[in-house]
Ligand binder design. Structure first.
Ligand SMILES: C[S@@+](CC[C@H](N)C(=O)[O-])C[C@H]1O[C@@H](n2cnc3c(N)ncnc32)[C@H](O)[C@@H]1O
Length: 258
């Protein structure tokens, strides 16, 4: 569907890790869920272990799965440094076979929005279904598709983050432009990344990226037809009810057929 590798932004795992912290409310949401469900736990599209590592530190048995070698390499390094035993697996979330069952399977960082078409969503949900314990829970969040927000400010160039210094000592900045395609429900980004040590020699690269939006009823139906019941949808990790202007759809799902 896309004519580019939608993973390019994850090759620089250090930058991802620097720019993406973990809020207390998100950590609490997942620690509470882990306490309720118990181990083993599978973190799909785990990235640099933003959630995998704190959950392992809380005493749970974690497996982290991701497609990008660079993200997994940094996750492994961080876990080793923290003296944690976590299973790391490089695989595609849209179709994997681990020969294990989990009490909790989750995907965070809006990773669900990386499944751009129905085949990808079905592949992910079928794989989760196969690996979820009878009483297991699937948890994930995806941004609320508020049409007025998606269709606004489409041409404006915005800062992605404050300027930062990468692991090679370069100053970095990133801006982006975005647009929303109503038919495919894809939000397209063009990032312009700048890197310099000396301000007279700034190297500029551009990077395309896309994410999918899902509407609430569509999501419930995708889950249903892949064997899940959507048992709860919150508007945020603080468990406020989902409403039209909520930032997120935080979903808790169980197997329909046990
Ligand atoms: C936004 S990051 C989220 C990382 C982590 N869950 C977090 O919350 O920080 C998205 C992650 O999804 C991974 N990813 C994208 N497509 C994937 C796929 N088909 N299978 C497995 N991982 C995938 C990327 O490599 C990246 O690490």
């Amino acid at each position: 569907m896309l004519h580019f590798d939608n993973l390019e932004g994850y090759r620089d795992a250090h930058t991802y890790d620097t720019l993406n912290g973990l809020s207390e409310v998100e950590e609490k949401f997942y620690v509470d869920l882990a306490n309720q469900q118990g181990s083993p736990i599978l973190d799909i599209a785990c990235g640099t272990g933003r959630l995998t590592i704190p959950l392992a530190q809380s005493g749970f048995h974690l497996t982290g799965l991701d497609i990008t070698a660079e993200m997994l390499a940094l996750a492994k390094q961080k876990a080793k440094h923290a003296n944690l035993s976590i299973d790391w697996i490089q695989a595609d979330a849209r179709g994997f076979e681990l020969n294990a069952k989990y009490k909790l399977i989750f995907t965070t960082g809006n990773s669900f929005q990386h499944f751009l078409d129905r085949e990808s969503v079905d592949g992910f949900l079928k794989s989760v279904h196969k690996h979820l314990d009878k009483d297991g829970m699937l948890a994930f969040e995806t941004r609320n598709p508020t049409i007025s927000v998606l269709q606004s400010n489409e041409t404006a160039e915005k800062d992605y983050a404050d300027t930062w210094v990468d692991n090679e000592g370069y100053h970095c900045s990133s801006t982006y432009q975005r647009s929303y395609d109503h038919q495919s429900q894809l939000e397209h980004y063009t990032f312009t990344n700048r890197r310099w040590k000396d301000e007279t020699n700034v190297v500029e690269t551009t990077e395309p990226f896309a994410i999918r939006y899902f509407f609430p009823q569509e999501l419930e139906e995708l889950l249903y037809y892949n064997g899940f019941s959507l048992i709860k949808m919150y508007g945020h990790f603080d468990k406020r009810p989902f409403e039209a202007n909520s930032p997120l759809m935080v979903c808790l799902c169980q197997k329909r057929d046990g």
